[in-house]
Design a protein around this ligand. Structure first.
Ligand code: FE2
Length: 382
């Protein structure tokens, strides 16, 4: 069966790689990029070196810094207005998943009619639009690698997932020197998101030999280096290995797909505005416990990649050890153990069950879940 492996054409990584971006634009004759980012990154000086580098190449950049976590349709429209008003010819997303997803949405609107809600679902973007460089500052959503953009529609109270190879950035940048200032809670949450990508991709229905190696290596890197990055944000080796781990996790899930953890996590994320990585981390051990009997050997290999000594264990016991390792890692990096402490109540669940079933990530799960299964999993996650 044919298998599609999709990722950006050019991927630049390593400390200091941000400095490569102005030259990439200049080489393409691009003169007026919009930089889509958030206020905090501007305040902490992460955007200034890019502006200086662009200026040195004679490129005039325009900044939209109004992106917030879980970006909404009005934010996409505001960012697109900056693109149009300044006759921009390129887009540079700088940040984690939220600014980069906003940048992808602006790219859609640069070549296709609005509103952005028209593009919810898979394969609806006819034209890829303006050049897009995605500079990732977290580790991570891997938004710089993928064909996904998640935009919240505040009217429908839903996280719209747009999936199309036409929105994969032209260039991804992972500059680990930009990641040392990430706050502890964000490091933990985004790191657990990356682990969820790797594990869901490895056990997904769409898993393939071309993605398995990346998913397993991502699991190994993230398990080994996330606790170090959380403990000491200045640990450059840990930041660099997390940047690579989340990148290859992105490479894996972009082509293998995700599963029920993401399908379920999108709902509290949309309605309660909770961090995506925290929602994933809370749900992952429960959903993977549910999935484990359908992928016993794969979970045994996950345990090994997570550093569990599986010598002498049966495959069954090794697979169970993977679930414990996920739970332990989540606790080590300080993720809350349930949704109750984040303001979620049991009354929220019935609506979420239907939305999770319809989420485009759900079909990738190794086994189909019934409405009752999903409700039960949400209840366990409280
Ligand atoms: Fe994710």
């Amino acid at each position: 069966m044919a298998f599609r492996l999709c990722f950006p054409k050019i991927n630049i990584s390593g400390a200091g790689s941000l400095a490569e971006v102005p030259g990439e634009l200049a080489a393409r004759g691009l003169k007026r990029p919009v930089i889509i980012t958030d206020e905090t990154l501007v305040k902490f000086g992460l955007v200034a070196p890019l502006l200086e580098g662009l200026k040195a190449k004679g490129i005039e950049a325009f900044v939209y810094d109004g992106v917030v976590p879980n970006p909404t349709v009005p934010i996409v429209e505001a960012a697109y207005k900056v693109f149009v008003d300044n006759k921009c010819d390129a887009i540079i997303g700088v940040g984690g998943g939220s600014p980069i997803d906003t940048a992808k949405a602006v790219r859609i609107l640069s070549a296709n009619p609005g509103p952005i809600t028209l593009y919810e679902g898979v394969g609806k973007v006819a034209k890829s639009g303006a050049f897009l460089a995605a500079v990732n500052t977290t580790a991570g959503t891997a938004a710089e690698v993928t064909s996904n953009a998640v935009i919240t529609d505040p009217v429908a109270q839903v996280k719209m997932v747009i999936i199309d190879a036409n929105i994969i950035p032209d260039i991804s940048v992972n500059d680990s020197a930009m990641m040392t200032g990430i706050p502890v809670a964000t490091t933990a949450a985004t790191g657990m998101d990356a682990l969820t990508h790797a594990i869901e991709a490895y056990v997904a229905k769409g898993a393939h030999v071309l993605t398995d190696y990346a998913a397993l290596e991502a699991i190994r890197l993230i398990s080994a280096y996330l606790p170090r990055a959380v403990e000491n944000g200045q640990d450059l080796e840990a930041r660099e290995m997390m940047a690579y781990g989340q990148f290859i996790a992105g490479l894996a899930f972009n082509s293998a797909g995700l599963g029920l953890v993401h399908a379920m996590a999108h709902q509290p994320g949309a309605v309660k505005d909770l961090p995506h990585g925290v929602c994933n981390a809370i749900l992952m051990p429960l959903v993977e416990e549910f999935n484990r009997p359908y992928a016993v050997e794969r979970f045994a290999r996950i345990a090994e990649a997570m550093g569990v000594d599986v010598k002498g264990l049966s495959t069954e016991d090794a697979s169970k050890a993977a679930i414990k390792a996920i739970r332990d890692l989540s606790a080590t990096v300080g993720i809350p153990s349930g949704f109750a402490e984040l303001g979620v109540t049991e009354g929220d669940f019935p609506l979420w069950v239907q939305k999770a079933q319809k989420d485009p990530c759900a079909p990738g799960n190794p086994v189909a879940a019934t409405d009752e299964d999903i409700l039960e999993l949400y209840k366990k996650a409280l």
